[in-house]
Design a protein around this ligand. Structure first.
Ligand code: HEC
Length: 131
């Protein structure tokens, strides 16, 4: 019996760790973001850090480099992939959350931190402005 205790303890620890991780995800889903998100100050740095290494003229469209990204996003608005005032309905957010019907997850390596996604959502809900 003594021999069995250790694996069971390890299993219990693993299960409680996993449950804990789920709890954290729940908290993160309800992340509260400040009002008046700025494209230049809050969103562009995310695009520069997470997207522009691929999304540039030599790799793949849309161009998300600083100075070019908003123009590309204006195109996404025209195409209906970004719906100002409706982040939940925007294809771009489904891609960022890995829930897009066409299977595109951005970045392809997996979703960014919940805070970064929440900031982009808030910015879209506030009108996806070039602010
Ligand atoms: C590792 C490279 C890479 C990174 C990083 C990356 N993407 Fe992409 N992205 C691609 C590729 C490749 C495609 C083209 C996929 C296709 O056409 O199937 C693409 C396509 C897209 C599209 C167009 C999808 C469509 O339906 O035409 C958008 C919008 C997009 N990415 C946004 C982003 C955003 C926003 C980020 C950062 C949060 C990001 N991507 C990060 C490689 C990347």
């Amino acid at each position: 019996m003594k021999k069995l205790n250790k694996p069971i303890l390890v299993l219990a620890a693993a299960v409680s760790f996993l449950l804990g991780a789920c709890d954290n995800d729940k908290i993160n889903d309800e992340i509260v973001v400040k009002d008046n998100v700025s494209f230049a100050l809050d969103i562009q740095p995310i695009l520069t850090g997470e997207c522009a290494s691929c999304h540039n003229p030599t790799e793949v469209a849309p161009d998300l480099r600083e100075g070019y990204a908003y123009e590309s996003i204006a195109d996404l608005i025209l195409e209906g992939d970004v719906i100002p005032g409706n982040a939940e309905g925007s294809e771009l957010i489904e891609m960022l959350e890995g829930k897009s019907d066409d299977g595109n997850t951005m970045p392809p390596s997996g979703p960014m931190t919940p805070l970064k996604i929440a900031l982009i959502k808030k910015w879209i809900d506030e009108g996806a402005l070039d602010n």
